[in-house]
Design a protein around this ligand. Structure first.
Ligand code: 1PR
Length: 549
């Protein structure tokens, strides 16, 4: 099989990229030192996380001149995400750290005053002058996850010979991909962009993208202007799989009613709804924009290196080319032999096995309590801070399991209340949401506004907002809860718990500003497919990503 060389310099989920490359019929060889770069014919620079962290690691290891020489020699080069950003001169993310300076210009941060940042989800990469650049398509969507971007100014990069594909987030149009000669770079993750992304990787690997670019006569941009989609992010639909070992010792997908995952009958068996890897693949093929695994019992007595979810991720990432999140047990742990294992080390094992994000539950609540007890001081030692520093904010999700608490009036509690349309059992008109830990078994004196603001300050990149009252009820999402949390933070929020039919997804996207919506039971029980949800949303004129088979 033909070879492609991948630069191994930075932490992150490169397993998915390797899987995507192998799916395209190539084998990966790692470049581990600058001296090895000249042997690479085709070189890929993957990148996640922080611009400064990435560039300083590349620089310290002596890679920068070697990469530059590879590009100057006219050999095929592809940069992904921070691998695109690295080609520019600098970034506001770390103004003291210079880039590779192949493209003049500096990156800046998305404006978060009116929209959630990071920009996470499926967006366009459209090039009006060359709509099929490296296999891109104006009808396809690509998976982005980043806070910094190169702002697009029409004609600027083109005047230096670059073909440019853009996306638009809110009112900001940014560079989604650039190509010139032997160089292709994408801000989006092609390895996480389903079939549309695999097409881009393939056209880089087989040289057809560069060949077509060389033969292409740029058109006037207005010729193809109608091919440029006007919309930004699509409505993200996520399938969630709660996983645990059942009483027979098998790893199964389960689903609770208000977190009770046992059957109602007298034997009280753990509800078994299927096998995790197979179900993840099924949802990917139905068009799920992401798949989330929640390891709801954390496999407490298992050696860390043998965590069953590691194998599940490895196998899932071979066939599922959309983002994978793993939650449950991401905390400092003592292994069965007494060795201490940090949350960062556990997260690293998950990333290396194919996860793109880790989701932290109970540990985030404890960290938030300590944050407030210390007068809102950050010490840098929490799992959230350490993982987001190493892998970027976008890699850290905080999963919340709140419970509604009714009060007769606002003054009855110090917590952030809201006036509810659904009064409590004694006619109480106000409520607040208490955070819980240990799968809802222990309620803490911390509300969702406090928790989400604390974890945002610590560097979390996204909130997975469950709701114990709604979980498994099929009665729709808790819109009041979602609006309260959306009003409290600027990072994206995923609405979860209560979805029972496609109309509930339409409702949550219309009546809240949620950034994504997640379903579990309705998919597992086969009542609806992800595809049906998306078709329903499309019928209601909401923009969704279509699955490309
Ligand atoms: O505390 O860091 O070890 O993480 C544990 C993780 O496991 C948390 O993310 C927590 O939400 C989850 N978890 C723990 N116990 C349960 C349980 O069900 N007994 N599941 C549990 C949480 C909620 C969602 C569910 C939605 C949608 N389940 O996963 O998928 O509510 O369901 P629906 O659409 O069917 O209503 P840590």
């Amino acid at each position: 099989m033909p070879k492609v060389y991948l630069l191994d310099y930075v932490a992150g989920n490169v397993r998915s990229l390797v899987n995507a490359i192998e799916k395209c019929g190539y084998v990966v060889e790692w470049i581990r030192s600058p001296e090895d770069v000249p042997k690479a014919e085709k070189l890929i620079l993957p990148g996640v996380g922080h611009f400064g962290h990435c560039l300083s690691q590349l620089s310290a290891a002596g890679f920068l001149p070697a990469i530059r020489a590879h590009i100057d020699a006219g050999k095929p080069f592809m940069g992904i995400c921070v691998g695109l950003q690295a080609l520019f001169s600098s970034s506001a993310e770390d103004a003291d750290c210079p880039g590779i300076c192949l493209i003049p210009g500096s990156l800046d941060r998305f404006d978060d005053s009116v929209k959630a940042v990071p920009h996470i989800g499926w967006n366009n990469a459209s090039c009006p002058t060359n709509p099929t650049l490296y296999g891109l398509s104006p009808d396809s969507k690509y998976y982005y996850v980043h806070s910094y971007k190169y702002p697009y100014v029409k004609g600027e990069l083109e005047s230096h010979g670059w073909a440019v594909a853009t996306g638009t987030y809110g009112t900001e149009t940014f560079v989604g991909a650039v190509a010139k000669g032997n160089v292709l770079a994408t801000q989006f993750h092609p390895e996480k962009s389903g079939v549309a992304g695999l097409r881009v990787i393939r056209s880089f690997l087989d040289g057809s993208g560069a060949k077509a670019l060389a033969e292409h006569l740029p058109q006037e941009s207005n010729i193809a202007a109608e091919l440029v989609p006007k919309d930004g992010l699509t409505r993200r639909v996520i399938a969630c799989l709660d996983v645990r070992t059942n009483d027979q010792g098998d790893l199964v997908v389960t689903k609770g009613d208000q977190y009770d995952v046992r059957e109602k009958g007298s034997d009280r068996n753990v509800r078994n709804l299927g096998k995790p890897v197979e179900m993840a693949k099924k949802y990917y093929e139905q068009g799920a924009d992401e798949v989330t695994f929640l390891n709801i019992t954390s496999f407490r007595d298992c050696p860390v290196a043998d965590l069953p979810m590691l194998e599940i991720l490895r196998r899932t990432s071979e066939t599922v080319f959309v983002p994978l999140t793993i939650g449950g047990g991401i905390r400092d742990t003592v292994d069965v032999d007494g060795t201490k294992v940090s949350a960062l080390e556990i997260a690293t094992m998950y990333f290396k096995s194919g996860a793109d994000k880790v989701s932290i539950g109970s540990d985030a609540v404890i960290a938030a309590e300590e944050y407030y007890n210390a007068g809102k001081t950050l010490f840098g030692n929490t799992a959230i801070e350490q993982i987001s520093k190493a892998y970027g904010n976008q890699a850290v999700v905080v999963s919340i399991d709140p419970k509604r608490v009714y009060v007769p009036k606002q003054e009855a509690t110090r917590h952030a209340t809201l006036k509810t349309k659904f009064p409590g059992p004694k006619g109480e008109e106000y409520c607040w949401y208490a955070c819980t830990i240990k799968g809802g078994r222990e309620t803490r004196d911390l509300d969702v506004v406090e928790l989400t603001q604390a974890v945002e300050a610590m560097g979390a990149g996204e909130i997975l907002l469950n709701c114990i009252d709604k979980d498994g009820t099929n009665s729709g999402f808790d819109l009041e809860l979602i609006n309260q949390v959306k009003g409290a933070v600027r990072i994206p929020v995923i609405a979860s718990s209560g979805a029972g039919n496609p109309g509930h997804f339409d409702e949550v996207f219309r009546e809240t500003t949620t950034d994504a919506a997640l379903g579990a039971g309705m998919f597992h029980r086969g009542e609806y497919t992800v595809q049906q949800v998306k078709d329903y949303l499309a019928g209601k004129k909401l923009v969704v990503r279509k699955f490309e088979g």
